[in-house]
Structures are given as structure tokens and as C-alpha cells.
Design a protein around this ligand. Structure first.
Ligand code: HEC
Ligand code: HEC
Length: 439
């Protein structure tokens, strides 16, 4: 029964995809979508992006599309119905769901920017600057957990949190958010068509999640290469892919298993401390504070702490309170990485060269919780370029033009600025890791 429903929902999805398949280039807008977005006057939320062709549900007819994995990512109790998906897309751009009508999901997940905001840290209602970088929503349907610290598992649970987070959309609660749109007759009809019921918060979240489950993004040069087109990627990118699975040790985390290259989601669905941001913070007092202040299992408290407090740096620890999880974060999918910068949970790195430089020196010398798989990699400059070329090859076709522009921008920046590069450490021995301080 479950399987049959899944098959049915997939059939519906492909119908829908045919109807909506539009991978055309978007119309020009004020925000070029390349490099950092414009600065904002203090106290103001960013402008709401428009839904364009890039917001449309994506086709299943993409090279590299994982049919079985996608089917298993669609919950049997929430099959993909075109009416729910269309409603979800509209809700994704609906700023009335926020406390003052200024912020929608799309504010921070702009389709023109591959469903990110291009900022190091996201900015929400009243210009509130959060503590974390907005991940893309593309392929989030495959995530085993959502958020950098995995504090929820489903897209429905995920969508509920930003709507009420005081630093994101700032509604008092879901009911009051829904109340803002109950007078809208088009919404009334859309809810009725999608769910056969009056508007309610549970179905609102289901609709948003349904829409997100249509945002499967493949069809990158890498996918064409894996499908057998040898010329789809450069020799440099091929060398980068080989390094990824050997000397550079990326596969130890960005693959389902250590021994088999992963060509789909590039994540082990696990959490690691890879030394991002941790040295800037005095972690032990923060962990003690989190133990005192956060009630176990209180999701709202964790969500507020993660987005709007210094405790954010504790990462997965906020959820598990296990010492080993201090400052560990989810291994993210790497698809479309070129167009979803700046990088890491704190958006602290501007280019893919910075990212590779970080790994090359095995960063975190004085981080006692650093993952044991982190170590200096002794990658040469040509090898670093190869790794970047591989990462660039993960850009889906609908972002090709933006990707080319962003690549040119990052390349130019990398020629004048490589703040993470430390060649001596990259070619040095693995440093002795300090013991964790008493807790
Ligand atoms: C103010 C900016 C902002 C708004 C508004 C916002 N998000 Fe996000 N989103 C973020 C940030 C930042 C994160 C990461 C937060 C964290 O990990 O703690 C995130 C995480 C996510 C994730 C998890 C992705 C992953 O890889 O783990 C999804 C899915 C998502 N948002 C969807 C939504 C939806 C749906 C809405 C509207 C209901 C929304 N977001 C509203 C900034 C925003
Ligand atoms: C020990 C596990 C581990 C290894 C090894 C590893 N990664 Fe990561 N990677 C992660 C985690 C965890 C994050 C998120 C960390 C954070 O933001 O604090 C991440 C983040 C990234 C990001 C940024 C993603 C984003 O959306 O901002 C890129 C790019 C990346 N890794 C590429 C690589 C490459 C290339 C290699 C090999 C040179 C590699 N990783 C090796 C675990 C790992």
C-alpha cells in the first residue's frame, strides 16, 4: 500500500513536472545574484524576491535524478499533489506569514540565488541578523535531518520554526500566521483543492514541504560525466573527483560510506566538528550555559538559541548535550555549491579556494573536539584548483550562467586573497590534538 501510494505520487509529480518544466534563464532583476547582495539600511529586512521561472518545481527528467531515493523521500501520508505544490510555492513567497508582513521563506531562500540569500548570516524581520548561514532548499528533501544541527527531521517540522522564530519571520504562533491569510479567497480555494479542508496550520506546513520536495536539482556537468559523457567535465575536474575520494579525504564525510564514491547527495548524514568558527569562542562556558538554560527536548528553545544567541556556535550539542557534539555541524550536500556561498554554517568563507585551503591545513590546531578525520592534506596548488574544478562541476544546468559569473568572481578574488591558505601547515605533520578542558 505504502509503495503504491509512493508510485502514484511520483506519477503525479512527473505530470506536474511536464507542465511546469521550465529551466529557462530568469528575467533580469535588481539583484544580479552574483557575489554578496546589497547592504541593507539597519532595521530593515531584505526585499522580497519575486517568484520567477527558477522557483518552478523541477523536472524528474534530469540527468542524475535519483528516482528511488526521491520516492523514499516522499512520506506516504503526504503524497505530492499538484494543488498542494502550487499552494506551497505561493506560501513560500508569502510575507504575510511574518509578524509585520515583511519576510517570507524566499527572503532568505531566493530561487535566483539557488535558494540561498548570498549573505554570510541571514537577515530577518526588522533587520535582525541571525547566527547562521542559510543553506539551500534545493535537494533538502533528501536530508535525513534539517538545519545545520539537525534539530528536526522532516520538512514540515522545519517549516514551522522560521515562521515563529523572533529573528526570522517573527509571527507569534502558527495560528496567527495562518489568520493573516484566511480572508484571502484564492488561498481558501487552494487549501480546499489541495487538502479538502479549511485553512489550517498543519496543511500549510504540508503544502510548503510538498513544494520543497519538487526542488530536486541535478543535471550538472558532473551528472553528465557520471552518465558516460567523458567530455562533460574538464580533466582538472576529473582529477579533483579522484582526489575527493582519495588523498583529500573528502569522501570520509561527503559520501554515504567511506569505501564507495557517492554521486548523489555527498553527505554521510552525520555531524562533525571541522573547526569552523570555534576558536573565536570560549566554548566551555557556553556549553555550561546551554546545559543550564535549555530544557531537554524543547525545540523552540533550541531554535531560538541557534538563530539568535551566542550558544549557536555549539552546533549539534544544543540538540544532544553530548560533549562530543560540541561545535559539530551537519555534513551538507555539495550540489550547487558554487552558487550557494558564502560557505559553512557561519558563512565565514567567501570562495571555494578558501574552503579547500581550510581542509588542506587540517584546520583546528587548538580545537579539542576536532573530528579525527581532519588532518593536513599536503595538496599542491594545481591539486587545489582541481578540487575547485570538481566542486564547480556540481552546478545544475539552470544555474549555469550564474555559475560562470560566480566562478569568475571567485577566481579573481582568489588571486588577490587567500586568507585560509597555510602551505607550511598543509605539508606539515598532523598536530597533537589538545585534550578537552574539564567540563
Ligand atoms: C531570515 C532568513 C530565513 C527565513 C525567513 C527562512 N529561512 Fe530557512 N533557513 C535559514 C537559515 C539561516 C537556516 C539554517 C539555520 C540553522 O541551521 O540553524 C535555514 C534552514 C532551512 C532549511 C534546512 C536546510 C538544510 O539543509 O538543513 C530549510 C529546508 C529551510 N530553511 C526552509 C525554509 C522555509 C520553508 C521557510 C519559510 C517557512 C524558511 N526557511 C524561512 C534562513 C531563513
Ligand atoms: C570530517 C568530516 C568532513 C571532511 C573530511 C570534509 N568535510 Fe566538508 N563539511 C563537513 C561538515 C561537517 C561541513 C559543515 C561544517 C560547518 O559549517 O561547520 C562541511 C562543509 C563543507 C563545505 C561548505 C558547504 C556549505 O554549504 O557551506 C564544502 C564546500 C565542503 N565541506 C567540501 C569539502 C571538501 C572539498 C572536502 C575534502 C577536501 C571536505 N569537505 C572534507 C564535513 C567534512
Amino acid at each position: 500500500m505504502g509503495d503504491q501510494m509512493r508510485v502514484t505520487s511520483l506519477a503525479v509529480l512527473s505530470l506536474l513536472a511536464c507542465a511546469c518544466m521550465m529551466l529557462a534563464a530568469p528575467a533580469a532583476s535588481e539583484d544580479a545574484g552574483v557575489g554578496p547582495p546589497l547592504a541593507l539600511p539597519p532595521g530593515e529586512a531584505p526585499a522580497l524576491p519575486k517568484a520567477g521561472p527558477l522557483a518552478a518545481p523541477l523536472s524528474q527528467d534530469q540527468v542524475g535524478f535519483p528516482a528511488a531515493l526521491t520516492a523514499s523521500a516522499i512520506p506516504p501520508n503526504s503524497p505530492l499533489k499538484p494543488a498542494a505544490v502550487a499552494l506551497g510555492e505561493r506560501l513560500f513567497f508569502e510575507s504575510r506569514l511574518s509578524g509585520d508582513g515583511s519576510v517570507a521563506c524566499a527572503t532568505c531562500h531566493d530561487p535566483a540565488r539557488a535558494f540561498t540569500d548570498g549573505r554570510p548570516l541571514s537577515i530577518g524581520i526588522h533587520g535582525c541578523v541571525g547566527q547562521r548561514n542559510a543553506p539551500t532548499v534545493l535537494n533538502a528533501l533528501y536530508n535525513k535531518t534539517q538545519f545545520w544541527d539537525g534539530r528536526v527531521t522532516t520538512l514540515e517540522e522545519q517549516a514551522a520554526l522560521p515562521i515563529t522564530n523572533p529573528c526570522e519571520m517573527g509571527s507569534i504562533d502558527l495560528t496567527s500566521a495562518v489568520a493573516k491569510i484566511t480572508g484571502d479567497q484564492r488561498y481558501q480555494a487552494q487549501f480546499m483543492e489541495a487538502f479538502g479542508k479549511e485553512m489550517n496550520d498543519k496543511d500549510m506546513l504540508r503544502a510548503i514541504a510538498s513544494y520543497e520536495r519538487t526542488l530536486a536539482s541535478f543535471d550538472s556537468p558532473f551528472d553528465h560525466f557520471i552518465a558516460g559523457d567523458e567530455r562533460a567535465i574538464s580533466d582538472s575536474a576529473k582529477r579533483g573527483w579522484a582526489l575527493f575520494n582519495t588523498k583529500a579525504r573528502c569522501h570520509l564525510c561527503h559520501a554515504l560510506t567511506d569505501d564507495k564514491p557517492d554521486v548523489t547527495a555527498f553527505t554521510d548524514n552525520d555531524f562533525h566538528n571541522i573547526g569552523i568558527g570555534i576558536l573565536r569562542h570560549n566554548v566551555v562556558p557556553l556549553a555550561q550555559q546551554a546545559e543550564r538554560e535549555l530544557t531537554q527536548g524543547q525545540l523552540k528553545e533550541v531554535d531560538t538559541a541557534a538563530i539568535a544567541s551566542d550558544l549557536s556556535v555549539l552546533g549539534r550539542f544544543l540538540v544532544t548535550k553530548k560533549e562530543a557534539d560540541i561545535a559539530s555541524f551537519k555534513t551538507p550536500d555539495l550540489r550547487n555549491i558554487l552558487v550557494t556561498g558564502p560557505y559553512f554554517h557561519d558563512g565565514g568563507m567567501d570562495t571555494l579556494w578558501d574552503v579547500v585551503d581550510h581542509y588542506n591545513k587540517g584546520d583546528g590546531i587548538s580545537d579539542p573536539w576536532l573530528d579525527q578525520d581532519m588532518q593536513p592534506l599536503a595538496m599542491t596548488e594545481p591539486e587545489i584548483d582541481d578540487m575547485v574544478a570538481f566542486l564547480v562541476s556540481l552546478t545544475s544546468s539552470q544555474y549555469k550562467k550564474r555559475g560562470d559569473e560566480e566562478y569568475a568572481r571567485q577566481l579573481a578574488l582568489s588571486k588577490v586573497s587567500r586568507p585560509q591558505r597555510d602551505t607550511a601547515r598543509a605539508f606539515g605533520p598532523k598536530p597533537v590534538q589538545p585534550k578537552p578542558p574539564p567540563f
